[in-house]
Design a protein. Structure first.
Length: 450
């Protein structure tokens, strides 16, 4: 690599580290693609296999961002490589011929946006695979090619953490202990899929890019307004949709509190909600939420229990199971926080309501199970929460930081791309909590009526 491009100690450790799979995530201008492609080329040179792959959204994107850019493959490896963008007589697919001490290697350039083309190329086993912006790649492509290589590297930019690429691949990796502290807490919590042996996760920021000066970094940091999704994505490197987020003013530093901090409040009302979905085909959940309203009109999301039938084919949860679990949840919360005597159940699910009432006859309890009130429109519900999260009158909406599912939904619940209404996804604790607070909304914040 040119002497003009400096490598930080962390990037030097990255280049030396041995792993079968590596994922590189981080902020803008971290240099992860530049250094990632350097390591990839070094891995190719060491490989015993002849055929390798670089994949990007299109071959044109691969040319611009990887092959021909400054400090790209041609710039760094010069006469050792020859790029055949239109293929040649032996290989019709765009490829790079790379002369190494282990003989000539062929690196195919694939665009994962066109399934007809990449399916045509995936009839072989490859040595090394590099996938640029793997979070935007076709999941079919990633699943297919992940079984056909000895070494896989993927770079990614912050995106919707509910995409299957995260649970199936990226969240199976783990950071090295030495660099664990560099990973934002929000992302570290999401690296929770079943761990795959030696799969390594790297988080890089512009502080790891030794070629940037302090002045360059400050300029980057000022390029996006603080508090915006763009700032969170590009400057902090946090996951989440960059556009269309509904609760865009939710801020962990402002709206999260610890359980101990919550216990210091004086509560005047407790309430609970239940939203249900029994589908075994989707990620929809059965969501139980417990909230408290304080003396000074703050709404605090205190606890939750979330269940999902997806993949649970042997004994999926039925309404009768949910009834038992909901009462157990309410009792747990009563003992820890206080009694919510009136609790609110999705009025669209009369099967669960019937089971709750039947269970109360069989085993009497103190709870009144009430159908949720849905005359407050969804847009009005959203406006209430937005105003409570941050306003000139103060903050009136807090979430206990152990409630991971609600935090995740607040950071992913989004508007539809083609219509001015919320998506029917990532909203089950949100719906459940709405059922709980709607009857008491006049007690929260600076309520002025509807």
């Amino acid at each position: 690599m040119s002497d003009e491009y400096k490598l930080s100690p962390k990037y030097r450790d990255f280049l030396k580290h041995n792993a079968p799979v590596e994922f590189l995530e981080g902020t803008t201008a971290a240099g992860k693609t530049t250094v990632g492609i350097l390591k990839f080329m070094l891995q190719v040179a060491k490989s015993k296999k002849k055929m390798h792959v670089i994949a990007a959204k299109t071959t044109g994107v691969a040319e611009k961002n990887i092959i021909q850019k400054e400090y790209g493959i041609i710039d760094v490896f010069g006469d050792l490589v020859k790029y055949n963008g239109n293929g040649d007589k032996d290989n019709k697919i765009p490829h790079i011929r790379y002369n190494t001490l282990n003989g000539e290697k062929v690196i195919y350039i694939l665009g994962y946006d066109n399934s007809d083309k990449w399916k045509m190329a995936l009839g072989s086993q490859f040595g090394c695979v590099f996938i640029d912006e793997i979070n935007t790649a076709s999941i079919e492509f990633v699943r297919e090619i992940s079984t056909r290589n000895d070494y896989l590297m993927g770079t990614l930019n912050p995106d919707d953490p509910n995409l299957p690429i995260y649970s199936e691949f990226i969240n199976c990796s783990r950071p090295l202990e030495k660099y664990k502290k560099d990973v934002p807490k929000e992302i570290l919590e999401q690296l929770n899929s079943e761990e795959k042996k030696n799969w390594t996760y790297w988080f890089f920021s512009f502080y790891d890019n030794a070629s940037l000066s302090e002045e360059d970094i400050e300029k980057k940091k000022l390029s996006a307004p603080k508090g915006t999704k763009l700032y969170k994505n590009k400057i902090l490197g946090l996951r989440g949709r960059a556009t269309g987020l509904i609760f865009s003013n939710f801020d962990r530093n402002r709206n999260l509190i610890t359980k101990q901090e919550a216990k210091n409040y004086k509560f005047v009302q407790f309430t609970a909600g239940l939203d249900t979905s029994y589908s075994s085909q989707s990620n929809d959940t059965i969501a139980m939420t417990f909230m408290g309203i304080t003396f000074d009109k703050k709404l605090i999301y205190l606890d939750e229990a979330v269940y999902n039938n997806k993949g649970n084919k042997e004994r999926p949860l039925a309404p009768s199971d949910t009834a038992v679990k909901f009462i157990e949840f309410l009792e747990k919360c009563r003992k820890e926080w206080g009694l919510a005597r009136d609790v609110f159940v999705d009025s669209a699910d009369q099967a669960t309501m019937t089971e709750l009432k039947k269970l109360k006859r069989q085993r009497p309890n103190v709870y009144n199970f009430i159908n949720s009130y849905k005359k407050v429109e969804i847009i009005d519900r959203i406006n209430f929460v937005l105003s409570w999260m941050e306003s000139i009158d103060g903050v009136f909406y807090y979430v206990v930081d152990t409630c991971k599912e609600h935090i995740k939904e607040l950071e992913t619940y989004s508007w539809k791309d083609d219509k001015d209404e919320p998506e029917d996804a990532n909203d089950h604790t949100i719906n459940s909590s709405q059922y709980a607070w709607i009857p008491y909304r006049s007690k929260i914040g600076n309520y002025k009526g509807e």
